[in-house]
Design a protein around this ligand. Sequence first.
Ligand code: CIZ
Ligand code: SF4
Length: 301
Amino acid sequence: MKENLKAKLIELKKEKNAVILAHNYQLDEIQEVADYIGDSLALSKIAMSVKEDVIVFCGVKFMAETAKILSPDKKVILPVIEAGCPMADMVTAEELRNVKKDYPEAAVVCYVNSSAEVKAESDICCTSSNAINVVDSIKSDQILFVPDQNLGSYVAEQIKDKEVILWQGFCIVHNRVTSQNLLHIKEKYQFAPVLVHPECRPEIVEQADFIGSTSEIIREVKKLKDKKIIIGTEKGILYTLKKQNPDKDFILLSEKLTCMNMKKTTLKDVISSLENETNIIEVDESVRKKAYDALKKMILL
Ligand code: CIZ
Ligand code: SF4
């Protein structure tokens, strides 16, 4: 059954001249058929360079939107339009415009997990892998960091000479991990290193051996000699970790690390959206240009 679907997708990709991009948090069945797997920024950069006309972005809405902002001439499909990111929804452009009035001197740094409209209201974007460099590069001493308070706190800890004003957003998945979860797993696997995503709460990040984005965790794991490794980010990352490191055992810091939105996309959705060319992402051109500027500043750093 699955083999039939896979064969159908290969045909469709040829017919439509399409490429399949999958985020590290997608279901295994999606990662298995993807042409490229990665984090949102790496995938958006790939989207800019591929020769295909159609990009099927298997992830959540802000990711497909980012690809469209950077590659406006391509057709970008998000297989399940309801796959959103609750953290991205924790800041709207209007709310941001209002808060900016209270901090007229602040530079707005916006985590890519945000809508195109919010990016358009920001001075520069960042991802979880370059947030520290981005904040460090800014001349202003005051930063308004949106929307992730956990990533923002992590950055503020590293850069002491700037005032970082935190938006009160968070990732509903990473924020679920508690100190009790960490204590429990550390007791059970005493010698295993703990690698976590900076979207986790500060008390988790403080106790971790390594903090990084999905791509940084994937890179770090390759270097480790340990046979048992504790992973504190969304479960989907285990697909690549296991594939690249068959001799290592990965223990998820908590079973709560499953993003329902990332799991909404199935192989059937990829096929039907591509076949019918539905769920095409569009971004208003005036918003796109401003969001592009904020993204481009980050990419050029
Ligand atoms: O930007 C991304 O892809 C996200 C949401 C996570 C990460 O660390 O790669
Ligand atoms: Fe959003 Fe968190 Fe899910 Fe990533 S894991 S898409 S930040 S809710």
